[in-house]
Structure formats: structure tokens, C-alpha cells
Design a protein around this ligand. Structure first.
Ligand code: SIN
Length: 316
């Protein structure tokens, strides 16, 4: 039985082109098909230790990611992972919402095999594009026998779905894992795990949603920022419009402007689920006790929103 790595294309800068030869910015994302991306990288099959199969799931700038594409991507991942010949999956994705897709897949897919998202900060037509090396590293990681779970590789760094976030709008190493640091590195065609061992794959918390995901109405969950002068009017408006959940990007250790806090209490009384995440990019706020809302379990606001949508969808 020949093993294979499946590469699912969704677009992004890695598949972007520019009319201006060698430009790093001012390009159009999502122009080149996944098959063509693969053809531009020598040594991929060697890195895969077998065959490579490609499937185009979408062709978008990831700022435009939507629920239909998420559902299709998650279901195609699960279908491929169920194939005994598939050793791992690579997903080519735009950098802008990559961490959201990684966290969604982490919540939905039983990834006993590696599911590796990768991307690029420069378009394929750049003078020195980063996409080909990232793709090669992603295939190397997807073929690594000790790898499992939803992972991200970019600029040689391996990140986990929970911690990873985009931290820079321009530089090549645009992703970081905050206090946790990367899970490992891909160096000269080999994976080196931080602390000498591969991370465990955790069971997905919302796998039951996967089969009918494409037909479901996703609950409306919005993110609200606590900032100077936040008076809560936006929260009252959202409740009026029928929002099901609100994630607050709170100051520091989960503190809220008093005007916003009062509006959130009204939202909870109206049946809206509220989660509080910190707007600080690093560290982890402490657990919330004795409040009408829960903390976001250390997740960033965008990931807390995904968790709350899945939670609300799974609620009886
Ligand atoms: C995108 O997120 O699709 C465009 C930006 C990027 O990939 O860096």
C-alpha cells in the first residue's frame, strides 16, 4: 500500500501573483491552483515518502473565509484522514485567518494523523517567495511519523492550533505562539520537536457536529472590544439584532469598562452567552469566578468566538 500526503488548496498569498515582477506587496491572493503550486517545488514526493495528491477546496483571500468553506474543508480533511493510505494532510491557506481555521479544525477533526496548515507572506511571483519552502516543510511535517494533531508551519517554525497567531503584517516569520513558544522546527528536511518529543493529539471537542456541518445555521457570535469610552451601546444593539453569543476582548486580566459591563449583564439576562478573553497578545488571564459570564479558557478573542459558535451549535 503506497502512502500518500494529501494537499488541500484554499488560496491565500501562497497562491498569489503580482503584475509587477518581483513585488512583495500589492499582489492578488489566490490566483494559482494547488496543483501548480506543487509542481513548482522540487523534492516534494521525497519529503512525502510516497505520493502527493492535491484537491482544490477553495480559491480565496483568507480574509473572506466563510462557514461554507470551513465546513467543506473540515469534512474533506476527515474523509482523507479516514483513508488508511493517507499519512497526513497539508492545507495551503492565507495567513490572515489561518489561526481561526486551525482552531476550528482542532475542534472538529479527530487528527490522529497530522493536519498541517501552511501559507506565505510573499506571493508566488516574488523575487524570493517563501511559499515553496513552507510547502516543502509542511509536507515534511505531514509525513513525520511522530506528528499528529492540527499544526501550522511557517518560516521553519511549527506551532500548535491553540497558541498560534499572526503577529506581524509583513515579516516572513509572521506567526508566534506567545509564552508557549513553538512546538518545534523543520530544519534541513527534518522535524525537531521542542522538549524532544511530539505533542499529544487531543480528542476534538465538537466532532459530533462534523457530518451535518454544511447544512447547519451557524449561530451569530460577535466580538466586542473593551476600550476607553466603551459604553455598551454596541452590545445592546447586537442583542436587539438577535446575537446568540458575544466574546469580549477585555483589557488586561479580563477587566471591562463599566458601561460595557452593564450592557453585558443585560445581554446575559436576555439569554446571550458571553465569554471574556483578554485583548493582551501574550500571557493568559486568570479564570473568572463569581460573574455572569465565563472566561475564554485562555483563547484569543477570534478563537474564543469559534469555540462559542461550536458550543452553541452543539447545545441541545
Ligand atoms: C490571505 O490571508 O489570504 C492573504 C494574506 C496572506 O496570505 O498573507
Amino acid at each position: 500500500m503506497q502512502r500518500k500526503i494529501v494537499v488541500l488548496g484554499t488560496g491565500g498569498t501562497i497562491a498569489g501573483t503580482s503584475g509587477e515582477a518581483g513585488a512583495n506587496v500589492g499582489y492578488t491572493a489566490a490566483q494559482i491552483g494547488v496543483q501548480q503550486l506543487l509542481a513548482a517545488v522540487p523534492g516534494l514526493e521525497r519529503a512525502a515518502g510516497g505520493a502527493i495528491e492535491a484537491e482544490q477546496i477553495a480559491q480565496i483571500d483568507s480574509k473572506d473565509m466563510d462557514f461554507a468553506i470551513w465546513a467543506r474543508l473540515a469534512q474533506r480533511c476527515a474523509a482523507h484522514l479516514a483513508d488508511a493510505r493517507v499519512a497526513g494532510i497539508v492545507i495551503t491557506h492565507g495567513t490572515d485567518t489561518l489561526e481561526e481555521t486551525a482552531w476550528l479544525l482542532h475542534g472538529l477533526i479527530d487528527a490522529a494523523k497530522p493536519v498541517v496548515l501552511t501559507c506565505a507572506m510573499r506571493p508566488a511571483t516574488a523575487l524570493v517567495p517563501d511559499g515553496p519552502q513552507n510547502l516543502l516543510d509542511a509536507v515534511t511535517l505531514a509525513a513525520e511519523p511522530s506528528a499528529r494533531g492540527v499544526l501550522v508551519v511557517a518560516a521553519g517554525l511549527v506551532h500548535g492550533a491553540r497558541e498560534v497567531s499572526k503577529v506581524h503584517p509583513l515579516r516572513l516569520a509572521a506567526f508566534a505562539s506567545g509564552d508557549a513558544g513553538p512546538l518545534g522546527w523543520v530544519e534541513a528536511g527534518r522535524v525537531r520537536w521542542a522538549h524532544g518529543r511530539a505533542p499529544e493529539a487531543l480528542a476534538p471537542s465538537h466532532a459530533a457536529l462534523l457530518p451535518g456541518l454544511d447544512a447547519r445555521a451557524w449561530p451569530r457570535v460577535e466580538i466586542v472590544l473593551s476600550h476607553a469610552g466603551a459604553d455598551g451601546a454596541l452590545v445592546d444593539w447586537l442583542v436587539d439584532k438577535g446575537v446568540r453569543g458575544i466574546v469580549v476582548a477585555a483589557t488586561g486580566n479580563g477587566t471591562l469598562h463599566r458601561g460595557l459591563e452593564a450592557a453585558l449583564a443585560r445581554a446575559v439576562a436576555a439569554g446571550v452567552a458571553v465569554r471574556v478573553a483578554s485583548r493582551c497578545p501574550e500571557g493568559r488571564m486568570l479564570e473568572i469566578h463569581d460573574a455572569p459570564w465565563r472566561d475564554a479558557d485562555g483563547l484569543s478573542p477570534v478563537k474564543a468566538r469559534i469555540s462559542l459558535m461550536l458550543e452553541l451549535m452543539q447545545a441541545p
